[in-house]
Write a protein that binds this ligand. Structure first.
Ligand code: HEM
Length: 77
């Protein structure tokens, strides 16, 4: 599947509230976490989907390896 290009405001709609698909950006890559029960309603501990969470990974008890389970669906511009 070809990658979509999303702006920050387009990404913001995929926050678990406004659109059915839930997306998270990390290092300009956008991942679809809709099927993760850990991101239900767009919320993951203190973090919200629909945005670039690159800087916030340092708060997590895990590394970026968690993204390996998800498909990159797009690029944040
Ligand atoms: C307070 C901060 C955070 C806590 C306590 C937390 C905790 C967890 C835990 C316990 C898991 C499941 C175990 C694992 O896969 O290692 C997980 C998975 C995950 N986390 Fe976090 N996390 C935090 C922040 C973040 C941030 C900022 C991001 C994004 C940059 C993120 C992205 C993910 C993803 C994509 C998964 C995989 C979900 C799945 O496999 O269904 N987390 N997190």
């Amino acid at each position: 599947m070809s990658l979509q290009t999303l702006t920050r405001s387009q990404l913001a709609l995929h926050n678990g509230q406004d659109k059915p698909t839930i997306y998270v950006a990390f290092q300009q890559r956008i991942y679809d976490v809709t099927n993760s029960r850990l991101w239900r309603d767009g919320k993951h501990y203190q973090h919200w989907a629909g945005q670039d969470l690159t800087a916030e990974l340092s708060d997590a008890p895990h590394t970026e390896k968690v993204f390996e389970r998800f498909e990159q669906i797009g690029t944040l511009v």
